[in-house]
Design a protein. Sequence first.
Length: 192
Amino acid sequence: MKTFTETRNDNTPDEIWLLQHPPIYTLGLNGDPQHLIQSTHIPLVKTDRGGQITWHGPGQLIAYILLDLRRMNRGIRNTVSCLEAAAIDLLASYGITGIARMDAPGVYVENRKIASIGLRVSRGCTYHGLSLNVNPDLSFFSAINPCGYAGLGVTSLQTLGIESEAAALGPALSTALIKSFSASKAGRNSQL
């Protein structure tokens, strides 16, 4: 992501990368390591995205968004809102009502976080992105204060009764992201 962002130029098309990580805790640029509240064998890696601490691993679909915000004529808050809207639309396609909160970026179902957002902007371009809990082992979140919030509950599509593999949701998440950015007024110049 860093190399792609550092070497892209004004003509480089925007991209979405879909993946799953092996089990890992990541701590944002200004994150507080004290939010790792239990000792664990899983590595904690400092990263250059925004936000506090989260867990990534199998069963969690991650979408790294590599966007030129200048070309798209959009700011970071609008970008975060588009990511949230895409996750909310995907959840709605399964009959699940997700909401975004102004006080804590991400998407929530019944006050439990189902999608996290952490971005980095360099040279006017984003990297990192969105993680959606499809069918992960949610017990890994018990070792942390998710996103820096003590007692924040997490959920997944599986917990909500939707049986799917993370990789199988990739096309639907990509479509929801493209739709969200295309529908946004500021996104009309996007090459995504």
